[in-house]
Ligand binder design. Structure first.
Ligand code: GLC
Length: 752
């Protein structure tokens, strides 16, 4: 299992933290290599005729051996897809295409298998088309709120297991674009606002996936932080800020997972499209990060042949407009060196060997839906964040007599996210009378019923449901009940952003009316990301359940009734209002393109525009800190049904570590996520803190534990553009430890 801190960047280790315990990347590679394909017998038999099948050789040696046997045509075949396939109606689906997002034919004479790529951000997509089942996991933003690297690893393992069973050998999930824009339609498939947390969680997720011998990718590299105008927008951001935020998240994730691939994004970065951006691809990703896999484009994110090839793109997806015949001609004309084509093919082949898809190709099987359901529920139980429990109404008592359940199809299901991350619901969309399958941009609910699960928890209680469509009906249902539980939703999807942080469909009115009728009101959020809550201090309880996954209702019921003590903490700031954000609105946003079912703002906005991130690294909690603004709920915040105290901070500068005692001061067991932040020395000129480490600790009532948290030197460094590398600023660092970014009772200094 991977854990936070088990990674080493391509950067020089800082002189300060040289003594810090570091698990070198080599250990991670050995773990990956050893775990990939336990049984490799079949490959041994091939190695006599195909020396590259000799598993005692390194992936790079094996790639070189097979590359030497390949024709130019065979190399070219590897560096592009075969078209939109099942993703677009009336497009040919070649033999061998497993019906996912992309297909790259292999080279049978050399024992190189096809590559079948599947979208799998929160579960394997396209299942309905093939009559398959896929587990819907909670949103990755939710999983990031568990701060549990093991949960992230399990998350990836579930997806990897199911990809293999369905015949795929590559995932194109792994989104880690930081939440600069809380209204971004794809935040649900990313991992929040902080580079260390997002990078660690995504790296472990892809590590867990690749341990199943399925190639993973990490996307969308980089700064694809909004959907509005994504194909034409140009991100303007200085290099220092980029390296210390968005690119740092990728750096951490890549250092942990060693992904087969990185997917470059649609947008431009400082004037060049990401998929033909020499700085981002060659200088940073391949040189500084030491990335040895291949860069594939987002679908139709390639914009040239020569410029893209020379800038570091290795594979065009889904088709071959630029990297098919056009690339052959460019090589023949001497515009692209043949060595570049060899490098492209080498990167693909070495990744196939490294992950194990050649030695141990997937064998179609009936995947295990029951284990997936158990795993999804477990992850969601760690992901739910208790935001408010004012009068101790939660956990609900089993003897409760009457419960009013309201809204968001909570009688039958839980909400899922849309776009290429859409997983297909078993039995169809429970919110659709026709029970049809998922449709792009249309809310899909999965068969996991909060009403059923709540009834199981309180068999003696009268549990009634109102859909919330009519406020007066909801009020009537709520009135007089022991407790009213309102499920509110915010449907988000690839392709479009939200106009504001406000809940859609007048749900704020619904909540306010219900709480006026029954002060014992609890709100459960099924949202794609942060939302504003004007009623937050009038209700008794608030749970952030994200998109809860196929085990969501059981997880929510377990938390509501205290069978599970909530432990999640926010991976992103919840602002009180749009006006408090660095950008009060989504740049370039067109309200006409935000409505599900209409043409979306991703593809339908074709006039280029700049998105100027003048805030630099100061987004999320760093913005609220430096602007002295009060968030509604801060990054790292989450309550428990017990309480914890912090004491006895010790700082070990030489080892870049801090230790302190956490005590469970309540009488029931609980898990605390203890967070450590640093404030850089004055010379850095920053007026905000940075997350530098954390640890999850399970404690029985009254128990204490002395924790040691290794601080991550990269998160304490600044990127010196003159030196083109990270450096640790001189002077004293303030070290802060506590339960959230806004509650750090322990303060110390770390000196050189
Ligand atoms: C998309 C998405 C990307 C996805 C790909 C294939 O447009 O941006 O995340 O993997 O196409 O569906």
């Amino acid at each position: 299992m991977y854990r936070q801190g088990q990674w080493q960047s391509g950067e020089r280790a800082s002189k300060w933290c040289r003594g810090a315990r570091r698990v070198v990347t080599a250990v991670v590679v050995v773990m990956l290599w050893a775990s990939a394909g336990a049984v490799r017998v079949k490959a041994q038999q091939k190695k006599t005729v195909m020396p590259w099948m000799d598993q005692s050789l390194s992936p790079d040696q094996r790639a070189d051996l097979v590359l030497a046997q390949m024709t130019e045509a065979e190399k070219l075949q590897l560096v592009h897809g075969t078209g939109w396939g099942v993703l677009r109606p009336d497009t040919p689906v070649p033999a061998g295409d497993n019906g996912g997002a992309g297909f790259v034919p292999g080279i049978p004479r050399l024992g190189i298998p096809d590559v079948n790529l599947a979208d799998s951000a929160v579960g394997v997509r396209m299942a309905a088309l093939h009559g398959r089942y896929s587990t819907l996991l909670p949103s990755t933003l939710g999983a990031a709120s568990s701060w549990d690297a093991d949960a992230a690893y399990l998350y990836g393992a579930v997806i990897g297991r199911e990809l293999r069973a369905q015949g795929y050998n590559m995932s194109i999930g792994g989104g880690v674009d930081l939440m600069r824009e809380p209204r971004n339609g794809r935040n649900f498939e990313y991992a929040g606002e902080d580079p260390l947390l997002a990078g660690t969680m995504t790296g472990n997720l892809i590590g867990g996936l690749q341990a199943q011998r399925v190639m993973g990718d990490i996307k969308h590299y980089a700064l694809n932080d909004q959907e509005t105008g994504r194909n034409v927008l140009n991100v303007v951001l200085d290099k220092k800020s980029m390296r210390e935020s968005d690119l740092l998240a990728f750096q951490i994730a890549i250092a942990i997972a060693h992904p087969a691939a990185v997917m470059c994004s649609y947008n431009k970065i400082n004037g060049d499209f990401a998929c033909e951006n020499d700085y981002a691809l060659n200088r940073v990703l391949k040189k500084d990060f030491g990335f040895r896999g291949w860069v594939l484009s987002d679908w139709e994110g390639t914009h040239s042949t020569v410029k893209a090839a020379l800038s570091g793109l290795d594979q065009e997806q889904p088709g071959s407009k630029y990297f098919g015949e056009a690339l052959r001609e460019a090589i023949a004309a001497g515009q692209v060196p043949a060595a570049r084509l060899n490098d492209m093919a080498h990167r693909i082949l070495r990744s196939m060997f490294a992950v194990g898809v050649i030695d141990d190709p997937p064998v179609a099987a009936v995947m295990d839906p029951f284990q997936g359901r158990i795993d999804a529920q477990h992850i969601e139980e760690e992901s739910i964040v208790l935001l408010r429990n004012a009068g101790g109404l939660l956990p609900l008592r089993p003897g409760i007599k009457s419960i009013a359940l309201i809204g968001s199809h909570a009688d039958v299901g839980v909400l899922s996210g849309g776009g290429s991350a859409q997983v297909d619901p078993p039995g169809g969309n429970v919110a659709d009378p026709k029970r049809g399958n998922g449709e792009w941009g249309k809310p899909v609910y999965f068969p996991s019923s909060p009403l059923q699960e709540i009834r199981k928890k309180a068999p003696e209680a009268s549990v009634t449901y109102a859909d919330g469509g009519k406020v007066e009906e909801a009020v009537a249902t709520a009135k007089g009940a022991d407790v009213a539980i309102v499920f509110v939703n915010q449907y988000m999807s690839e392709g479009r952003d939200a106009a504001t942080l406000s809940l859609p469909d007048h749900q704020d009115v619904l909540v306010s009316a219900v709480v006026a009728a029954n002060p014992n009101t609890i709100v459960v959020l099924e949202t794609g990301g942060p939302v504003s809550m004007p009623w937050h201090n009038t209700v008794e309880g608030i749970l952030a359940a994200w998109y809860p996954g196929i085990g969501g209702a059981q997880a929510i019921a377990n938390i509501l009734f205290g069978d599970i003590n909530p432990s999640g903490k926010l991976a992103a700031t919840f602002p009180a209002r749009d006006a408090d954000l660095p950008h009060p609105g989504v740049t370039g946003f067109d309200p006409a393109k935000a409505t599900p079912g209409t043409p979306d703002g991703a593809s339908d906005i074709t006039t280029p525009f700049d998105v100027d991130y003048t805030e630099g690294v100061r987004f999320g909690y760093k913005w609220f800190d430096s602007e002295h603004k009060e968030p509604l709920y801060p990054f790292g915040f989450g309550l428990s049904y017990t309480t914890f105290a912090y004491s006895n901070l010790q700082v070990d500068s030489g080892r870049c570590a801090v230790s302190f005692i956490v005590t469970n001061t309540g009488d029931r067991a609980g898990t605390e996520i203890a967070e450590v932040y640093v404030e850089l020395p004055e010379s850095a000129g920053e007026n905000f803190k940075r997350l530098a480490g954390w640890q999850r600790v399970e404690l029985g009532g009254g128990q204490s534990r002395n924790l040691t948290v290794m601080l991550d030197p990269l998160t304490m460094s600044i990127f010196d553009t003159a030196k083109d590398s990270f450096i640790l600023p001189k002077g004293s660092y303030r070290v802060l430890a506590g339960p959230s970014s806004r509650e750090t009772p322990l303060v110390g200094t770390l000196d050189e």
